[in-house]
Design a protein around this ligand. Structure first.
Ligand code: TMP
Length: 395
């Protein structure tokens, strides 16, 4: 039974950057109501009414995982670690994006699944790529193609995007070898609660998993969680190590301790989420107050990184181009467009980060270290960053 604890209001698709602000474009802009709920039996936190994935993962999908050095390095490191530890003969990635993880493996060993056709085109040059949604039908097709099961299935920031978990895990069961390991990386619910990072909730994050919820789900599909890594990517994520129920792997003390920590933080109690919702509203009021103060001083504010997360913040806090002059982003196919729902222009940082900017809201707060390092010179001359995580503050 699911109980709603947070209403982030009317929201557009986080990824639906607008090409122009013509009447026709604005009329066709899609909105839905973003409410978040908690399942009192499985402890799973989810978007109460998910959007149809066919609307989201199109041939115009904007996110490129290799845009940031942090992510490129993180994928290289984990690819090396997994290869050494599990010595897989065959590897599959579900949600391969632009191939940033797979490029660390020999193409002969690899199969990619990527439903966004524009991204699948990128990986297809080097790797066998299925430009389709992950489901039982596709798992059977891949099995037929390879005539063998996979020792390593990797999926970063993808499983949390698929509404039908039953279909997802049944399909994984079809293709995972008996000695095989599935690795899932997704944002951590504990980090969301601790950082008050409510912007991890957007249409694509249908689920924000905790280890306790993940354990409960896997049990239903003859799968088992046996280890976990606590990682810093995407503002705090978890890397789940999953095997078949009768596999040799034993639960690690790291996993047992992390589950204890989640329980200590009461991630299995509805009251935790009600308290979180109160803090979220406070965060909105504080951010708006700070922006108002800055604007009264006639200072220029922009936003740094046209992230999916900032779509939630902008639409929930009603931040538009009256408050922020523009958003900068390094991704070429976001530049020249407008932010979903709030219609702020997006431009290249090469043009947008200059002496006229007084404050930059850190939309890409999960890359704080990388960005502050990159912007050392601008900070020296007086540029100040604002973040709403974990509390609204000037950095
Ligand atoms: P993400 O949090 O969804 O991965 O998106 C991060 C966005 O921030 C992505 O569009 C690239 C952008 N970005 C910059 O514009 N400058 C930077 O220095 C970094 C690290 C990211």
């Amino acid at each position: 039974m699911r109980k709603i604890f947070l209403n982030l209001g009317k929201q557009p698709l986080a990824n639906s950057f607008l090409n122009d602000l013509s009447k026709k474009t604005l009329k066709n802009e899609f909105f839905y109501n973003l409410k978040i709920s908690f399942d009192i039996y499985s402890y799973l936190v989810s978007v109460h009414t998910p959007v149809n994935p066919k609307r989201q993962y199109t041939n115009k999908y904007a996110h490129r995982a290799s845009e940031s050095k942090t992510m490129r390095n993180a994928f290289k490191k984990i690819a090396y670690k997994l290869n050494k530890k599990f010595k897989p003969n065959l590897i599959m990635e579900i949600g391969s994006n632009d191939g940033v993880f797979l490029k660390n493996f020999s193409p002969k060993k690899v199969v990619a699944v990527e439903p966004c056709k524009n991204l699948a085109k990128l990986t297809r040059k080097k790797f066998k790529t299925f430009p389709e949604f992950w489901n039982i039908k596709l798992s059977k097709k891949i099995l037929k193609y390879k005539n063998n099961k996979f020792d390593l299935i990797f999926s970063a920031n993808t499983i949390s995007h698929i509404p039908n978990l039953k279909e997802t895990f049944l399909a994984i069961n079809n293709v995972l070898s008996d000695r095989g390991v599935m690795i899932i990386e997704d944002p951590s619910l504990l980090s969301v609660i601790q950082n008050n990072s409510y912007d991890q909730f957007y249409d694509e994050h249908v689920y924000v998993f905790s280890a306790i919820a993940m354990q409960n789900i896997l049990k239903k599909f003859n799968l088992r969680l046996f280890d976990i890594d606590i990682i810093s990517t995407h503002g705090g994520s978890l890397r789940y190590y999953i095997c078949k129920n009768n596999s040799k792997y034993k639960s690690t003390s790291k996993l047992i301790n992390f589950i204890k920590l989640e329980k200590k933080n009461k991630l299995n109690k509805f009251l935790t989420y009600k308290k979180f919702a109160i803090k979220v509203e406070k965060s909105k009021n504080q951010l708006k107050e700070l922006i108002k103060k800055i604007k009264l001083k006639n200072k220029k504010i922009i936003s740094y990184g046209a992230t999916y997360k900032s779509t939630t913040v902008f639409n929930y806090c009603k931040i538009n181009s009256n408050l922020f002059d523009y958003v900068t982003d390094t991704t070429k196919n976001k530049q020249g467009k407008f932010t979903p729902g709030t219609h702020i222009p997006i431009i290249s940082p090469k043009i947008g980060i200059n002496n006229t900017v007084d404050y930059a809201f850190l939309g890409a707060w999960n890359f704080k270290r990388e960005i502050l390092n990159k912007e050392k010179q601008n900070i020296k001359r007086g540029l100040k960053f604002i973040s709403h995580v974990p509390k609204t503050h000037i950095i």
